[in-house]
Design a protein around this ligand. Structure first.
Ligand code: DGL
Length: 270
């Protein structure tokens, strides 16, 4: 069988949100090469139908397979909720990890009683988190809220200004009455607002779950299980592909990742 250890890990999202996952993977696995795809021409996904999200997910998976990735990380909750199977069906047995499974595992502890979930309209409408959480603990109380304006704000780089703060206040205020002990950031764009979210939550004890760390740890375990770790001692490369506006993506991504991204390539998938 072909040695795939040197092959890159494929990570994708509708836009910059999946960089929260890419960053965690770079920290957990510094010698792995990464290919990232952000579908900047078609973001946001969260307001689209399941059928459309599945089509986009299949197109991106085919692109990553052309790049000969050794595993696929779905760094988008919306795709994880609506199109996980579409990705799994295409990859010929390559490992596929998704952020909903990772976020659910990270959220559940022995002391969890009430879990809040925020996400896109598609993710919250699918009840994917509720089902995944209750499958592990049927007594859990789950309270959810869709926050559709946060993705366009993040794509605009408006993560800590007055508009972002007011929007968060409106979206998060019900949780201050419902008082969950845990809040899952069920969209990979939302960790960009983590500090502002913490400020809005009145309980300082609430656990805020960002699935990036958890999926990065699962990636390490999966690579080890399949003997797929890249043996190189150099820092892994990071190649970015987007479907529109590469310069803009590059600026936002460099600001967020705190490292240079030499080339952001543009590709057309359809
Ligand atoms: N970051 C994505 C997610 O986790 C996608 C959001 C969107 O495109 O609406 O759901």
């Amino acid at each position: 069988m072909k040695d795939r250890t040197n092959a890159p890990i494929g990570i994708f999202d509708s836009g910059i949100g999946g960089l929260t996952v890419a960053k965690a993977v770079m920290e957990e696995l510094p010698h792995e090469d990464i290919i990232y795809f952000g579908d900047t021409a078609r973001v946001p996904y969260g307001i689209k139908s399941e059928k459309t999200i599945q089509l986009y997910a299949r197109q991106i998976t085919k692109f990553l397979l052309e790049k000969e990735v050794k595993m696929v990380l779905i760094a988008c909750n919306t795709v994880s909720a609506s199109a996980l199977q579409s990705v799994v069906d295409l990859v010929n047995g390559l490992p596929v990890l998704d952020v909903i499974t990772a976020g659910t595992e990270a959220a559940l502890t022995d002391s969890s009683r009430k879990v809040g979930v925020i996400g896109t309209l598609a993710t919250i409408g699918s009840h994917a988190y509720e089902k995944a959480l209750k499958a592990k603990n049927a007594d859990l109380d789950v309270v959810s809220r869709a926050c559709p304006l946060l993705v366009p704000l993040a794509e605009e780089g408006w993560i800590d200004n007055e508009v972002a703060q007011r929007t968060l206040r409106i979206y998060l205020s019900p949780f201050n009455q419902q008082k969950p002990d845990t809040l899952i950031l069920g969209c990979t764009h939302y960790p960009l607002f983590k500090d502002a979210i913490r400020k809005e939550m009145q309980s300082s004890e609430i656990r805020i779950i960002d699935s990036a760390l958890s999926i990065a740890q699962s990636t390490r375990k999966t690579l080890d299980r399949h003997n797929l770790r890249n043996p190189q001692s150099d820092q892994g490369s990071f190649q970015c592909y987007v479907s529109d506006k590469p310069q803009r993506f590059q600026q936002l991504a460099e600001r967020f990742l705190g490292r240079n991204i030499p080339d952001v390539h543009i590709v057309s998938l359809s």
